[in-house]
Design a protein around this ligand. Structure first.
Ligand SMILES: Cc1cc2nc3c(=O)[nH]c(=O)nc-3n(C[C@H](O)[C@H](O)[C@H](O)COP(=O)(O)O)c2cc1C
Length: 214
């Protein structure tokens, strides 16, 4: 199967590590005096997913004082069906909803499939469209590839319409496409780990400001 896609990434915060573009100054993670919990959500179920590796590396480089955990239950959710909602809602959906609700912010990293958001993630979001889990919640998008602008735009639109607070300045793009780095290798790479730490720093600052109502 061959796909042709257009490279159209224009995020101002996008950091291309291997193209010689100027690198932004690293944003240090601010000290926050409360237990901040961030949930990381990969749009890929692949065991060797570059998006999951990126998120695991972000977890590894996050300074102490901020909890970032990876949500691993997306593939267990049933297909969204309003008839299943209500009192007898499946346990996997209850877990998904409570994980979202408990998080102070969400970081997504997703592949693009046929110019769209992976169905698994869209299915997960459909289960919370009717709830308040994402309302006012700071969210940001990390990218494992400079391609995939359609999926990024589509996910941003879905999160926006669900009233999440998209923190675009905390977004970061690494070039992992075709480079099978493990999470440990990403975390050990000075440029990539600095980019991730910086993005986490921006996101933590935005979550803290959001909580203070600024
Ligand atoms: C079924 C399928 C469709 C894809 N469609 C696109 C696409 O439309 N645009 C794109 O940039 N990449 C596309 N890709 C490439 C994936 O986005 C890319 O391999 C991604 O890095 C995989 O992420 P992962 O390593 O986290 O699984 C597609 C891959 C697959 C398997």
């Amino acid at each position: 199967m061959e796909f042709r896609w257009t490279l159209r990434c224009s995020s101002p915060a996008m950091l291309k590590l291997d193209t010689g573009s100027p690198k932004r100054t690293e944003v240090r993670t601010p000290k926050v005096h409360w237990r901040m919990r961030i949930l990381a959500i990969s749009g890929s179920l692949r065991a060797s997913s570059s998006n999951t590796a990126l998120l695991k590396a972000a977890i590894a480089v996050t300074p102490q004082g901020v909890d970032v955990s990876l949500y691993e239950g997306l593939g267990d959710l049933p297909h969204f069906n309003q008839d299943l909602d209500g009192e007898a809602v499946p346990q996997s959906v209850k877990d998904w909803r409570s994980s979202l609700r408990a998080a102070d912010g969400l970081v997504f990293s997703i592949p693009e499939y046929a110019h769209g958001v992976p169905g698994t993630l869209k299915n997960g979001l459909d289960w919370v469209v009717g709830g308040d889990e994402l309302v006012g919640k700071p969210v940001t998008l990390f990218n494992a590839s400079p391609r995939g602008a359609y999926a990024q735009a589509s996910l941003t639109e879905t999160l926006t319409v669900m009233s999440a607070k998209v923190v675009s300045e905390a977004s970061v793009t690494l070039q992992l496409l075709g480079r099978p780095f493990t999470a440990d290798q990403i975390a050990a790479d000075p440029d990539m780990s600095a980019a991730l730490r910086s993005a986490i720093g921006s996101f933590v600052a935005a979550i803290d400001a959001s909580r203070r109502g600024r």
